[in-house]
Ligand binder design. Structure first.
Ligand code: XCC
Ligand code: SF4
Length: 683
C-alpha cells in the first residue's frame, strides 16, 4: 500500500461507515442482510456494527508494529521517503528493521496457524489410537481401504509372510494401532522428516531437501519460530521465512494432512452427497442444534445421537416436530462432507443464526468461534455449549460439557438432550430467512478420481486431458474465511464466478465453500449458467459442479493431494509449480489462512490474498514474498483487494503456465472450433 493509499484509507472511513451501514451493502448474501437488519431492530450488537465503529490500527495493518519485548511496542510506519525509494533508516529500540519486524510477525502468524491445524490433527490422532487400541467403543476404524492406502506412508507393513512363505494380509487392527502410533509420533519427532512430506511430487520434495526446509517434527518447527522471533534471535527476514516454510510444510503436508487422513479412516472418506445451505435450513418447528468450530470428533457422535429414535421421541414430547442439525464454519463442512448435514452459514453468520431466535443450542469446539456469540445468546434463549478444555468462553452464560473420546457418545447425548430441553424456552419471535440453496459436496481427492475416471479406471487422466485440450483452462483453489472489513461473501463469489466463466475449475474448502454453496455454485446446473463453454461442457458430461467442495480448512491438504495426482497423471509438467493452477483466499482473516497460503506458495502455487496483507510496511520484505519466492519455490504471494482483478491475476498466471507447457495454441484452436460451431448453428 502506498502512503497516499494509506492516507486515503484513513481519511475515508467516516464516509464509508455511514455508507456501509446498510445491511445490503454489508453482505452479498440476502439471508445475512435480512438478519443484520433484524439484529439492529432488536438492538443486538454484532460484528457488523463493531466493524463500523472500530477502525483497524494503521500501523499494525502494515505489519510493522513490534511488541516482542516490553521496550515497545515499536511502531515503524512506512515513510514517504522510503516509499519513494529513499534510504530506510527505521529501527525499533533494539535496532530491528521494518523487514525483520514484518517477517517476525508473519512467521508468528504461520506458527499460530500451523499450531491450530496441527493440534487439531493431534487430537484426531489420539482418538484414532484410542479407537485402534479399542479403548473406546464409540469410534471404530471405518474406512479400511483408506487405512491400507496410507499405511505405507507411515512405514507400516500391510502384509505378513505366512508359514509357507506366502504373502498374507496383516491383521487390520494391528495395522491401525501401528499407523496411530507412528502418526502421533510425527508431532514430537526431533530428527528425520515428517513422513507424509514425501507424498509431494519428487522434484518438489527434492527442492525442499536441498533448501533444508523438510520439517523434522510438526511441533518442533512451530516452537522454533517462537524461539527465533523472540527479541534478539533471528534478524534476517530470509532466514525467518525459511523457518516459516518448514513449519508451514509441517502443517499442510503434515499436521493437516494427517488430520484429514485419520478422520477419513475413522469416519469414512467423503463421496458426493446432497444437502443445502444457508440460514433457511433452520426449522421453526424443530429443535435446532447448530454445531460450530472445526473438529469432527464430537460432532460425528452428535449426528448419531440426534438420529436416535428415543431422542426424536423426546423432542416430540417437548412439542417439537423433530431435531434439525446444522453447522457453521468447518465443523459444518466436516459433517456435511460425510453425512449431508446442512450448512447454516459461514464465519460471519454465527451471531446471526442466533438472532433468528430458533437456535436452541449452539455447540462449539475450537477455532473461529467469536466470543460475542455468548452476548448474543444472552438476548435469546440459546444455550452456548463449549466442549473443549482448550476453548472456553468466560461468560456466565455458557455451559461446558467436556468432550472425552472415551465417553464421546454419552457426551453427545447430553448435548442433544440439553438442546431439546431448551426448545420450550424460546422467548422471542422466531424469524428465519426462507433462503437456502441445494448443493453437492463430498469431493475428496479420491472421489474426484472416481468421478472423472469411473469405478474401474479411476484416474486424473480425463481431467488432465481436458486441461491439455483446453476445455478446462486450469485449476483454481479458492478457500478461506470471511472478513468483516470487506463485504461478506462478495469477494468469494466474484472471484469464483470470474474463474469459472474463464473455464477455470474451482476446488474449494472452508468458508469460501459455504459462500459458494449458498449462491448455488455447488450444483451441476450452475455450470450452464456461469461457466465458459469448455468447462460447462465437461461439467455437463461428467455431471459435476464447476466448484468442487473438498471440505474443511485442514482439508486443504486434499487440494495438495489432488494437485499431486494431476502431476502424476502426466502431460502437465513435473511438479506442482508447472501446473496451470493458482490459489486464492479472497476474504481471509485467520492466522491459519497465512499458514495455508504459505504452504501453497512453497508447494509451487501462485497464491493471491484479498482484503489486505500485513507486509506493506516493509517494501523489501513485501518484494521478497511477492516476487523473489518464485525463484526459490516456484510459487509466490500476491495481494489484490479488487475481486475481478484478483481473478484476472490468477488467470494470467494460469495462461503463463499453459504457455510454458506449450498448451496455449491448443486452447485457441478449441475456442475457434467452438466459435465456428456456433457460427454454423446460427447460419
Ligand atoms: Fe472459515 Fe474454517 Fe476461515 Fe475459520 S479459518 S473463518 S475459512 S472456518 Ni479455517
Ligand atoms: Fe522494539 Fe525490538 Fe522490543 Fe520489538 S523486540 S518491541 S523492535 S525493542
Amino acid at each position: 500500500m502506498t502512503i497516499e493509499e494509506v492516507k486515503a484509507k484513513s481519511a475515508e472511513p467516516k464516509e464509508k461507515v455511514k455508507k456501509a451501514a446498510k445491511p445490503s451493502e454489508l453482505s452479498a448474501d440476502a439471508a445475512t442482510a435480512m438478519m443484520i437488519e433484524r439484529s439492529r431492530e432488536m438492538g443486538v450488537e454484532t460484528i457488523f456494527d463493531r466493524a463500523a465503529s472500530m477502525k483497524p490500527c494503521n500501523i499494525g495493518v502494515q505489519g510493522t508494529c513490534c511488541k516482542n519485548c516490553s521496550q515497545g511496542p515499536c511502531r515503524l510506519p512506512l515513510t514517504k521517503d522510503v516509499e519513494q525509494g529513499g534510504e530506510d533508516t527505521r529501527k525499533g529500540l533494539c535496532g530491528a528493521t521494518a523487514s525483520t519486524i514484518a517477517a517476525r510477525n508473519f512467521a508468528r502468524m504461520v506458527a499460530a496457524g500451523a499450531a491450530a491445524h496441527s493440534d487439531h490433527g493431534r487430537g484426531v490422532a489420539e482418538t484414532f489410537l484410542a479407537a485402534a487400541r479399542k479403548e473406546t467403543h464409540d469410534y471404530k476404524i471405518k474406512d479400511t481401504k483408506k487405512l491400507l492406502e496410507i499405511a505405507p506412508d507411515f512405514d507400516v507393513e500391510i502384509t505378513v509372510e505366512g508359514e509357507g512363505g506366502e504373502v498374507l494380509q496383516r491383521d487390520i487392527d494391528e495395522i491401525a494401532v501401528e499407523v496411530g502410533e507412528k502418526a502421533l509420533a510425527q508431532w514430537g519427532q526431533q530428527e528425520g522428516e515428517v513422513c507424509t512430506a514425501k507424498r509431494a511430487p519428487k522434484p518438489l520434495y527434492e527442492n525442499w531437501k536441498r533448501l533444508g526446509v523438510v520439517p523434522r517434527g510438526i511441533d518442533r518447527e512451530i516452537v522454533e519460530i517462537m524461539h527465533r522471533t523472540h527479541i534478539g534471535v533471528d534478524q534476517d527476514y530470509e532466514n525467518l521465512i525459511s523457518q516459516s516454510t518448514r513449519a508451514a510444510i509441517g502443517d499442510g503436508w503434515g499436521g493437516s494432512m494427517i488430520a484429514t487422513d485419520l478422520q477419513d479412516v475413522l469416519f469414512g472418506c467423503p463421496y458426493p452427497v446432497k444437502s443445502s445451505a444457508n440460514l433457511g435450513v433452520l426449522k421453526e418447528d424443530h429443535v435446532n442444534l447448530v454445531i460450530h468450530g472445526h473438529e469432527p470428533l464430537l460432532s460425528e457422535m452428535i449426528v448419531t445421537a440426534a438420529e436416535m429414535p428415543e431422542m426424536v421421541e423426546y423432542a416430540r414430547q417437548k412439542g417439537a416436530n423433530g431435531i434439525q442439525l446444522s453447522g457453521i464454519c468447518c465443523t459444518a463442512n466436516e459433517i456435511l462432507m460425510r453425512h449431508g448435514v446442512p450448512l447454516a452459514g459461514n464465519f460471519l453468520q454465527q451471531e446471526l443464526a442466533i438472532v433468528t431466535g430458533a437456535v436452541d443450542a449452539m455447540v462449539v469446539d475450537v477455532q473461529c468461534i467469536m466470543e460475542n456469540i455468548a452476548n448474543v445468546a444472552e438476548c435469546f434463549h440459546t444455550k452456548i455449549i463449549t466442549t473443549n478444555p482448550k476453548a472456553r468462553i468466560a461468560s456466565g452464560h455458557t455451559i461446558h460439557i467436556e468432550f472425552d473420546e472415551h465417553t464421546a457418545f454419552e457426551d453427545a447425548k447430553k448435548i442433544v438432550i440439553t438442546a431439546i430441553d431448551n426448545f420450550p424456552n424460546r422467548n422471542k419471535e422466531v424469524i428465519i430467512p426462507k433462503l437456502s440453496s441445494p448443493l453437492i459436496a463430498g469431493f475428496s481427492y479420491e472421489a474426484i478420481n472416481y468421478h472423472l475416471g469411473g469405478t474401474f479406471r479411476g484416474s486424473y487422466t480425463p481431467l488432465n486431458d481436458n486441461i491439455i485440450n483446453g476445455r478446462i483452462r486450469g485449476i483454481g483453489g479458492v478457500v478461506g474465511c470471511n472478513n468483516a472489513r470487506t463485504m461478506h461473501d462478495e469477494g468469494h463469489l466474484t472471484v469464483v464466478k470470474e474463474l469459472i466463466k474463464n473455464d477455470v475449475i474451482v476446488l474449494t474448502t472452508g468458508c469460501n465453500a459455504i459462500a459458494c454453496a449458498k449462491a448455488g455454485l455447488l450444483t451441476p446446473e450452475s455450470a450452464g449458467v456461469y461457466c465458459g463453454p469448455g468447462l460447462a461442457e465437461v461439467c455437463e458430461t461428467v455431471g459435476i459442479p464447476p466448484v468442487l467442495h473438498m471440505g474443511s480448512c485442514v482439508d486443504n491438504s486434499r487440494i495438495l493431494m489432488a494437485a499431486t495426482e494431476v502431476v502424476k497423471a502426466g502431460g502437465l509438467g513435473k511438479t506442482i509449480a508447472d501446473l496451470p493452477a493458482a490459489g486464492s483466499a479472497p476474504e481471509w482473516m485467520s492466522e491459519k489462512a497465512i499458514s495455508i497460503g504459505h504452504y501453497f506458495v512453497v508447494s509451487g502455487v501462485y497464491t493471491v490474498f484479498g482484503v489486505t496483507l500485513p507486509v506493506s510496511g516493509s517494501p523489501v520484505f513485501e518484494d521478497y514474498l511477492y516476487n523473489k519466492l518464485e525463484g526459490i519455490y516456484g510459487g509466490m504471494w500476491d495481494l489484490e483487494a479488487d475481486p475481478i482483478k484478483h481473478a484476472q491475476k490468477m488467470i494470467a498466471h494460469i495462461n503463463k503456465k499453459r504457455n510454458a507447457l506449450g498448451l496455449d495454441k491448443r486452447r485457441e484452436r478449441v475456442l475457434m472450433d467452438m466459435a465456428a460451431r456456433q457460427k454454423l448453428e446460427a447460419a
